[in-house]
Design a protein around this ligand. Structure first.
Ligand code: HEC
Ligand code: HEC
Ligand code: HEC
Length: 273
């Protein structure tokens, strides 16, 4: 009796870490080969059969392995994508098996092609975001040079769009390779502003009227309660380039390039912190 009890307890103690490491011992690669490769290809590059599927072909996993979060992958794999050949897999794979498959997908690597990203960006995005990504198009799109989004968030915005705005989902318009290339191109547009250069530009173009960034007063209703620090980079840029003060500052502002303004914004940020 006593011995049996001890064995039972020992087994219970042993069992919990064994369950936890089960995901490590499940062969994600083999599961992928058996359940996914017919459409997505053994190495994540869509098979001929996968390409022929209607209404939408299977998608390349290699290109987005790094760019789609685990939660999103788990949701798509478990529940599928309605109206496509991507049926729910939660009836054929259990939760641990799905994790192992995701682990395997996450080992795929892809080198983005920035030249293709630029080409596709110019074909699909510039009507709203502008050739330089700064969105001076009057379409209300965001200035991508100022975007704080990371790569995964850029990809998410491209895949799903923003509800209630002109930013529509591009998922079925672009292949996953294109999405990865465009997202990396957009990310690379981010201009690394130089506050030291901004300081000089401020001294030459702004200081006759604004002794220092701290003394800049905002215009408008809530002006007395708000300061430069309350504005996002994008709004500050807009007010410098298109605000009412342009009437007074005139050429001093007109002659500055978009990068100059961004350097000035960086300097103003640094000295109004
Ligand atoms: C019968 C073909 C088929 C099989 C088998 C299949 N898929 Fe899919 N899968 C598709 C199609 C088609 C899509 C594209 C759906 C769409 O247009 O949104 C897709 C989309 C996906 C996506 C989203 C990709 C993206 O870029 O939006 C993931 C993730 C995915 N599949 C994972 C898997 C995994 C993991 C397996 C195996 C467990 C699997 N699929 C098996 C056809 C298949
Ligand atoms: C029809 C106009 C239009 C087109 C075309 C368009 N966008 Fe947009 N985009 C918008 C608008 C409008 C917003 C702002 C949405 C909001 O208010 O949140 C936006 C926002 C974004 C954002 C979020 C930026 C941030 O910092 O929040 C990204 C990233 C983006 N777009 C990328 C792209 C890419 C890449 C393409 C091309 C594949 C594209 N967009 C095509 C109108 C467009
Ligand atoms: C010829 C004078 C003059 C010059 C030069 C000038 N500004 Fe202004 N600016 C003003 C006036 C006047 C206002 C209105 C607020 C005030 O009275 O201080 C203003 C307001 C602003 C505002 C607030 C705008 C708003 O809409 O709330 C910002 C930001 C600003 N200036 C930045 C700059 C920067 C940056 C430069 C240099 C590139 C510059 N200004 C050059 C006269 C000038």
């Amino acid at each position: 009796m006593r011995i049996k009890l001890w064995i039972g307890m020992a087994a219970a103690l042993l069992l919990s870490p064994m369950l936890a490491s089960a995901a490590d011992t499940i062969d994600g690669k083999a599961l992928y080969g058996a359940n996914c490769a017919s459409c997505h290809g053994a190495t994540g590059e869509v098979s001929e059969y996968g390409k022929s599927l209607k209404p939408f072909p299977a998608r390349n996993h290699r290109a987005i392995a790094d760019l789609i979060g685990r939660d999103e992958m788990r949701r798509i794999i478990s529940y599928g994508v309605r109206g496509t050949a991507m049926t729910p897999k939660k009836y054929t794979l259990d939760a641990l098996e799905i994790e192992a498959v995701i682990d395997y997908i996450k080992t795929f690597e892809y080198t983005p092609n920035l030249a293709n990203g630029k080409k596709r960006f110019e074909a699909v995005c510039v009507s709203c975001h502008g050739v330089d990504g700064r969105a001076q198009t009057g379409m209300g799109a965001k200035n991508l040079v100022y975007s704080k989004l990371n790569l995964e968030e850029i990809v998410h915005t491209m895949r799903y769009g923003r509800q209630g705005t002109m930013m529509k989902s591009n998922r079925h318009q672009l292949s996953n390779e294109d999405i990865a290339d465009v997202a990396n191109y957009v990310f690379a547009l981010r201009y690394m502003a130089n506050p030291a250069k901004g300081k000089k530009l401020f001294a030459n173009n702004c200081s006759t009227c604004h002794a220092t960034p701290r003394t800049v007063k905002l215009i408008g209703n809530a002006a007395s309660k708000r300061t430069v620090a309350d504005l996002s980079d994008r709004l500050l840029d807009l007010r410098i380039r298109h605000g009412r003060h342009v009437d007074r500052a005139g050429k001093k502002v007109e002659n500055l390039s978009a990068d100059d303004i961004q350097d000035i914004v960086a300097y103003m940020r640094k000295s109004t912190k």
